[in-house]
Design a protein around this ligand. Structure first.
Ligand code: HEM
Length: 464
């Protein structure tokens, strides 16, 4: 028996125009019922453009003027933002049931991902997650190390001393190969079909990096049409692999194998379509996040030679005493790749003394929460020592540090991502010093995750 999923997405869920109509309807209603929290609510093309370019200063400025709960009008619609420890804890843990993922802006992902963990709620989410959790247990992650290490070794010869490396693109290709093997059991060296799957996935994912005004266009020759074609080709590949595995009984170490056989306590299994949606979701959620983290880590290590030397010395000593982990944690504080968590409130609620209506978009942002000057000492400085035992972070309230979200929907791939980042970072650190090019100025984009615009060119030297 297969788990029963949610009904097919309604027009409102499927179409950005449907959601815009819903947002405007909710806004009209709020004029007579509970008003939106204070904020910058007038329509502004400049604000919308600035927000699309870099939301961080806008969010921090609004926090400064309005406090942890405020409203911004982005494009056509009003969005409530909640920032800081108390707000994060409310949204992620203590009142998490009052917020829908599917009805929030994650519904933009439905056309590619379908009903995977990121776009479902309630009992269907809880049961799906339970079925999938064994795939992410420590033992399974340990088994993935071999794949991560083998792929990293294979990619290292492309890093050449004396040359300039685009670290972002190097890592992206590596992370995609790791994901293809660890998730699907596909091996891009083995067959042209497996290469195609990787390329189609990149093509489909590219849609979500486009400007939002381009994403909402429909019709032939639009980014939407290209994404759809890539999705259809990708579906044909994945669904035929699922059918082949079911027919032959062939299984491997990959997560797809595990999902094909997984069941919950009453014997429910995932249907083929559901397996497809979950694998696609994992690929989407795990791909760019690890890539960006590696890029920002080496960006900051290059700007902070003391931190780089300390990490290198500790790695050379055999046991780094957790230094690599602290460097990773601090990188994820400054640049949490999944920087915004979009939801829709179900019922009206009160937070930090502010009333918020039901049925409205409510977002938390780890990125802005990690930079609040009244929570963090020197919020913009790269200081891995904050994460030392008994250090600054250990004294912060719950909800202050949330790069992996929190509560019952904490990132399911957290340990896998951390393992991947650690293996790749260690391999690079042991062999090379990566330096920013003179005059390099970091510009970030944040769709679908935070990343450096145009890659990250770095000069490669042999490790000192
Ligand atoms: C540095 C690496 C990663 C970071 C920073 C990260 C961050 C996050 C965050 C913040 C969320 C919660 C989003 C929200 O509250 O709105 C999340 C959820 C999720 N992540 Fe990750 N992620 C990472 C790696 C991965 C990997 C490697 C995978 C898969 C192999 C993955 C799969 C997922 C899934 C499926 C969810 C949804 C979980 C649920 O709702 O039950 N992530 N991730």
């Amino acid at each position: 028996m297969s788990l029963a999923g949610p009904p097919p997405p309604s027009l409102l869920e499927r179409s950005p125009y449907g959601r815009m109509a819903l947002d405007l309807r909710v806004e009209a209603r709020s004029r007579t019922a509970i008003p939106f929290p204070p904020g910058d609510t007038r329509f502004s093309v400049t604000r919308t453009q600035r927000f699309a370019r870099n939301p961080l200063p806008i969010l921090l400025d609004a926090y400064d003027r309005h406090g942890p709960v405020f409203t911004l009008r982005i494009l056509h619609g009003l969005v409530v933002f909640v920032l800081g420890p108390q707000a994060n804890h409310h949204l992620l843990v203590s009142n998490a049931k009052n917020f829908s993922w599917r009805q929030g802006h994650f519904s933009d992902l439905l056309p590619l991902l379908g009903d995977g963990l990121l776009t479902i709620d309630g009992d269907f989410h809880r049961r799906s997650r339970k079925i999938m959790l064994p795939a992410f247990h420590t033992q399974r992650i340990r088994e993935s190390y071999a794949t991560i290490e083998a792929e990293t070794e294979r990619a290292l010869p492309l890093v050449r001393v004396g040359e300039t490396l685009d670290l972002y693109h190097w890592t992206r290709e590596l992370a995609l190969r790791i994901a293809m093997r660890a998730l699907f059991g596909l091996d891009p060296d083995r067959s042209a079909r497996d290469v195609d799957a990787a390329e189609e996935f990149e093509q489909a994912l590219g849609f979500y990096a486009r400007d939002y005004t381009l994403q909402i266009l429909r019709g032939p020759f639009t980014p939407w049409a290209r994404m759809h074609r890539a999705r259809q080709r990708l579906d044909a590949l994945i669904l035929s692999e699922i059918t082949r595995r079911r027919r032959t009984g062939e299984r491997g170490e990959d997560i797809l194998s595990l999902l094909l056989d997984a069941q919950d306590e009453d014997g429910s299994r995932l249907s083929d379509q559901h397996v497809r949606d979950e694998v696609m979701t994992l690929l989407f959620a795990g791909h760019d996040t690890t890539t960006s983290t590696i890029s920002f880590m080496f960006y900051e290590l290059s700007r902070n030679p003391d931190a780089r030397d300390r990490l290198r010395d500790r790695l050379a000593a055999g046991d780094d005493g957790g230094e690599l982990r602290r460097v990773m944690d601090e990188t994820l504080r400054l640049y949490p790749p999944a920087w915004v968590g979009p939801r829709r409130s179900i019922e009206a609620f009160e937070l930090c003394g502010v009333r918020v209506p039901g049925g409205v978009p409510v977002n938390y942002s780890s990125w802005a929460s990690h930079r609040l000057p009244d929570v963090w000492e020197q919020p913009d400085a790269f200081r891995p020592e904050r994460f030392a035992e008994g250090g600054e972070v250990s004294k912060l309230p719950k909800g202050a540090y949330v790069p992996f979200g929190g509560g019952s929907r904490t990132c399911i791939g957290m340990r896998f991502g951390q393992a991947e980042i650690a293996v790749i970072a260690r391999a690079l650190m042991e062999r090379f010093d990566l330096d920013l090019l003179p005059g390099y100025h970091l510009r970030t984009r944040q769709m679908p995750t935070i990343g450096p615009v145009g890659g990250l060119p770095m000069r490669v030297r042999a490790a000192a």
